[in-house]
Design a protein around this ligand. Structure first.
Ligand code: ADP
Ligand code: MG
Length: 479
């Protein structure tokens, strides 16, 4: 267990306590309470100390503001600590919201004792949940976010249909539609609704076996089973599942063997009358790289989409989130945010958190319009001129005198491959798209994008003229 993890003569938890004490003296009680108290010690390996952070927002903040200091203080106390690494651990939210402070991450404890490579499993987001706590199937599911409940879901015109469908599935013992297929753009509430269904079912009948996992995790598990020639055990895991939820199935695009396996799992569960819930970023018929028979299977239950938010919903969500954090948002501030940040709810939430964090740290808890405008200046500027992958492809293709189609083709000649890599690199730099998302735009998988990004990073160091070209393209796209 982490509590007992001894590095350099004393337990890491004790060491963390000392680091915290020192930092508290340096940064003051308020900042300490807001940013450092919610953190907890994870595992330690190869000189890296992992620290768990409850949210991604907090992680960014802590990395920007405190990580160097934490590292320096800790290293001084214990030279074996060569670096500190921050990991988002959603389960921490529960404790935080209940006001319970724990020095160690609850679900890490289990993994440290059972997994040979906790850190890697952890960072790739595929570690199993602390099953008993979340009440989910032990080896398959990932943890549910305790905030993602029906009660916390604000209903408006754009999502009422999906919400009603989700509630119906959660509430009825008899299967009404199978599968329920939810789709929308990013950050509009698909994952939230799926978790809400799981929480609800679990609450009503804890004996029901619910599995919630991302399509990426399904693939990862399946590929691993293939490698270890253990597909029978893989299949066996799904036999006793009552409700199967697979999030973001668009990531199965182009993965034929996994799709086939998924297809069989899917069919056998449906035949046995088990409930299936799927989400994706497009409707079944528009999914790219998914076999026709799977598409038609996916679309044969109820298909519900969530539309982009409207102003009223954005206001409703802002007020509800502020209330959850124990605050009331001045109407002018809510209006400003709801007018400016229209892309999706995740970004709206991010902006709100930023405003609240600043107000708590710097301006005596008062949130004003001026302060909000000021804090969000950079963020809003980057929204205004957000670059798309299509623009990047077009610009880079023009620059190197090839066509966008060639860029997306399978041709590997240097004259095409290099511009393609540069476009992938710029897409990673200038957009907030994930590697798989970028990959799909180029008809490649995420490892190819990762390789391209690294390659271009290397080339920029070695090749001045290439570096200049990349810089010029970046500037013209960023203008
Ligand atoms: P998706 O899975 O569609 O990308 P998520 O379910 O992850 O989106 O939602 C992004 C964020 O927005 C989450 O923090 C979620 O709680 C919040 N959210 C989405 N829709 C709503 C809603 N209707 N009411 C409250 N919060 C919402
Ligand atoms: Mg999601």
């Amino acid at each position: 267990m982490t509590e007992n993890l001894v590095v350099n003569g004393s337990s890491v938890v004790d060491q963390w306590g000392q680091v915290c004490e020192q930092l508290k003296g340096e940064i003051g009680d308020t900042a300490f309470e807001s940013w450092l108290k919610p953190l907890s010690v994870g595992d330690f390996s190869d000189g890296t100390m992992n620290i768990c952070v409850p949210t991604r927002f907090m992680r960014n903040w802590v990395i920007t503001n405190y990580s160097d200091r934490i590292h320096k203080i800790w290293e001084k106390k214990n030279p074996q600590i060569k670096s500190v690494n921050f990991i988002v651990q959603a389960g921490q939210d529960v404790m935080q919201s209940r006001g319970i402070y724990s020095p160690t991450c609850p679900s890490l404890i289990k993994k440290i004792s059972s997994s040979p490579m906790p850190q890697r499993l952890y960072q790739s987001g595929v570690a199993a949940a602390n099953a008993n706590e979340s009440g989910l199937n032990d080896s398959l599911s990932v943890p549910l976010n305790p905030q993602y409940t029906f009660e916390n879901f604000v209903v408006g015109k754009t999502n009422e249909f999906a919400y009603a469908a989700a509630r119906k599935v959660a509430e009825s013992r008899n299967i009404s539609f199978n599968p329920l297929f939810l789709y929308s753009g990013v950050g509009l509430g698909k994952t939230h609704l799926m978790h809400a269904i799981a929480w609800h079912i679990k609450q009503q009948d804890p004996s029901r076996n619910i599995v919630y996992l991302s399509a990426e995790k399904f693939m990862y598990k399946f590929v691993r089973a293939l490698r270890y020639k253990d597909t029978a055990a893989f299949k066996e895991q799904f036999r006793s599942v009552d409700v199967l939820m697979v999030d973001d199935v668009q990531f199965m695009g182009g993965k034929d063997i996994t799709q086939e396996e998924f297809f069989y799992t899917f069919n056998s569960l449906i035949e046995e009358g088990r409930q299936i819930i799927i989400s994706a970023d497009k409707s079944p018929s528009d999914l790219e790289g998914i076999e026709a028979r799977l598409k038609s299977r996916l679309g044969c239950g109820l298909v519900a989409d969530i539309h982009p938010t409207d102003f009223d919903l954005r206001i409703g969500i802002l007020n509800s989130k502020a209330k959850q954090m124990g605050l009331e948002l001045p109407p002018k501030v809510a209006e400003f945010l709801a007018t400016k940040i229209t892309s999706n709810i995740r970004e709206l939430e991010g902006a709100l958190r930023r405003v609240i964090a600043h107000s708590q740290l710097l301006s005596n808890h008062e949130i004003t319009l001026d302060m909000t405008q000021d804090i969000l200046k950079d963020m809003l500027r980057s929204f205004d001129k957000r670059t798309t992958i299509d623009e990047i492809q077009k610009k880079v293709a023009e620059h190197f005198n090839i066509s966008v189609r060639e860029m997306q083709s399978s041709r590997r000649a240097r004259t095409v491959a290099r511009p393609r890599q540069i476009a992938m690199y710029l897409a990673k730099q200038l957009t907030s798209r994930s590697l798989p998302e970028i990959g799909r735009k180029f008809d490649r998988d995420h490892t190819t994008v990762m390789h391209a990004v690294r390659k271009v990073e290397e080339l920029i160091m070695e090749d001045v003229s290439l570096a200049e070209n990349v810089e010029m393209l970046r500037r013209s796209l960023d203008a």
